[in-house]
Design a protein around this ligand. Sequence first.
Ligand code: MG
Length: 296
Amino acid sequence: MTAMGMKPIGRKGMGMRGTSMKTCLMASVATAMTLMATGSVAAQEKPGFKDTPMLPGGQWRVHDADRPAPVVVAPAATPGGPPADAVVLFDGRSLDSWKPDRIAWPIADGAVTIPSRAKSGGENNLVSKQSFGDVQMHLEFRSPNPPTKTSQDRGNSGIWFMQRYELQILDGSQNPTYADGTVGAVYGWKPPLVNASRRPGEWQTYDIVFERPRFAADGSLVRPAYVTALLNGVLVQNHQAMLGTTIWRQVASYKAHADAAPIQLQDHDSPVSFRNIWVRPLPEAAIAQDLKKDGK
Ligand code: MG
């Protein structure tokens, strides 16, 4: 029996305290064990209903007793940490999950920092070894302090989902730049809803849901990529359709590609630091579906 199967059956608002609660719980456990032993966990013991109207889709009833309970995922012990089913891409110690274009990104004090171009000799992005499609991602970054240069040359990096679709990282604190290029922007397309940037030298969090684009067999676009992003806990993109492969000074467009590709951290010749990077590949059920035109 799963953990969900042990969920108390009592109705919402039922008041039970102290000994009576314990007695009731023990009785419930004993009943459940007996049922398991006899192999007769009857449908009528499941919480829910079988006489309610069918929901749109025609598979489940309202409060259907037979509808599978959600899979249990243990959250992290501390906020921002990787939940039990996360793929940890950087834990502060190892970059084994990544491959740099040129030279290794150095790790110090639990953080990794983009090396200078003088050392790397050219663009030196960090590319995940594993490929992903739809993902939830958590990442923490820190803009260089003291800041140097201005606009796009100050603290520029970026998360390139599928090595194509950039959610911008920039020093957004007192650093005027074009709106669709500041931190939280879908670069070259949508500015963030607000500027929720912390100051250089301070750790900042990104929590992102990325939905990959869908293409037909002939390569035509069926559904664009979407991104939802919270910067430092503040919504900056809300299920925003992306315009296509990120490009500078041009209008982005789509070109068909595989269902999975690496995540890339951008080297833009600025010593941005990162820590605590994890992703959760998302199942198809996570992709938001609109109701049909008739509301079903
Ligand atoms: Mg960038």
